[in-house]
Design a protein around this ligand. Sequence first.
Ligand code: RIB
Ligand code: CA
Length: 307
Amino acid sequence: MNKRPIILDGDPGHDDAIAWLLAKASPELEIRAITCVCGNQTVEKVSYNARRICTLLGIDAPIAKGKRKPLIGPEMNAPSVHGESGLDGPPLPEPVMELCPLSSVELMAKTLRESEEKITIVATGPLTNVASLLLAYPELKEKIEVISFMGGGIRFGNWTPAAEFNILVDPEAAKIVTESGLPLIMSGLDVTEQALMLPADFDRIRSLGGQISQIVADWLEFFYGFHKNLGYEGAPMHDPCAVASLIRPDLFETQELCVEVETCGEYCRGTTVGHSRKPANVRVNMGIRREAFADLLVEAVKSYKEN
Ligand code: RIB
Ligand code: CA
């Protein structure tokens, strides 16, 4: 089987970590590089988390620290959701690898430049690194197969009524990406808030036994804690949708839409406006088969038990 080479760009983050586990467990994918971006926590904290996650999961790929702040706006973090460390909850092994000396943009560029085949970028944080890559190395756009990103929401936001966190942190970056002309798959809140892991799913994972199963169940419990207080019946698996879109597109209902990012406005900055009045530029995931998606995540964790 020809594996799809991917770059994972994110701000781990509990759901980023579970997305990376799904990617590592997927035989269809080959992780070529990990690039970190400020978002859920500072770029220092998310880069440390990335090293701990890769140590735990046995991901063997260079890890680079990225942009310290968004292109234009102020830095925004989400300690209320992911904790002060950005990955609060279960203790994790100390990293066995150092950071790559390159910046995230330089590592992305090197990875693209040296690859014989096109590479897919899976972005699960603000799009600051991805946009910076496109600005600095436009000639490398032809080496990008598709950008599958978690961000936005056609019908609603989360950090504000209008805007989702990843897009709101760096709307200018999101605008650059959506206007890039590259193939894009968007997993926004429309689908990710349907992609719930329920407490019964946490128990399925915990019952698998083994260190990784316990840690994933603890991550889910922690992440659910914030959402339970808001009335959610489960933990929304935002970032894993960006990976699942690539390996199990059959799980999703999609729409081809013209998606435009609002960068102005006191109340609407960061809104992703989706419509059909102009040519479509994004494949937008709008629905998901939740139970099959939950089974996919449970099987991914189980695959670690079997290895
Ligand atoms: O709005 C959800 C997104 O913001 C997810 O990527 C989560 O990890 C946070 O980064
Ligand atoms: Ca994220």
